[in-house]
Design a protein around this ligand. Sequence first.
Ligand code: BV8
Ligand code: ZN
Length: 252
Amino acid sequence: MLQQEDLGQATALLARARRVVILTGAGVSAESGVPTFRDALTGLWQRFDAQALATPEAFRADPALVWGWYEWRRTAVCRAQPNPAHLAVAALEARHPGTVLITQNVDDLHERAGSKAPVHLHGSLFAPRCAECGQPAPTPDAPADEPENGRRLPPPRCARCSGLIRPGVVWFGEALPTDALASAVEAAASCDLLLAVGTSGLVHPAAELPHVAVRTGAAVIQVNPRATPLDEVAEVNLRGPAARILPELIGT
Ligand code: BV8
Ligand code: ZN
């Protein structure tokens, strides 16, 4: 249960903050019904580990299985709605100009909630590109006949070089987009408050950002129903679901 004095302390930190950074992970989309990475995969993907499927090796070994997984996830995102946590983040950005939103998520729920320019550290489900020549590929409408348990789906071919189209996400073992990572580190190093919402704090280098913020004198507030490695750097730990806590904290 959320302690009132923690909420009071977090509210005071937010009121005093001049430069705010918000770092979100899959937990912020959980209450929109979008499964997080930690949630067990269901249906066709049940026997797979997300970390093994989200790799260039998996795509090379079985493009239809991996493309099918991403199309299943993209369809789930298209059918989902932003939840009060996404809306509270957008309200905070509007109220605190200069706030930087950094997300590890590959969904577009922050944008659909009104966030203008989230920094996508791990890419997006809505930016497919050619695996060979890098040419951006069109994002087809979510397939209406997507089966509940997903399916294998051969990826489309590039119009320019007929290479395989891949999801526009950062896979394990791949480098993060240089400009996104650079602006995220710069924002974390120059903020005075970092809000870490719904991230397990296990995936690097995104998980370093709260540590960068604390090293340069910022306070960290964490919003997560469970303990994470970020507990050790958080000045305030708000234990609970983001869709309930963020509106209370931000007053939306
Ligand atoms: C790289 C896109 C180098 C794909 C993703 C240093 C130390 C250790 C390991 C490494 C290291 N450096 C690199 C590594 C390897 C690896 C890594 O970090 N491995 C970990 C797992 C040990 N990192 C990489 O490979 C990265 N690349 O470093 O490259 C390099 C450099 C130069 C040249 C070549 C290579 C790339 C990492 C990016 C991987 N791609 N996503 C896709 O989505 O399919 S990561 C993916 O997993 C997500 O994007 C997300 O970031 C991550 C899952 O984390 P969360 O978002 O936190 O979600 P999760 O499900 O884990 O947790 C949900 C949380 O929400 C939980 O805490 C839960 O309690 C909470 N929650 C639940 N409900 C709610 C809630 N919170 C609030 N409200 C609720 N209602
Ligand atoms: Zn191509």
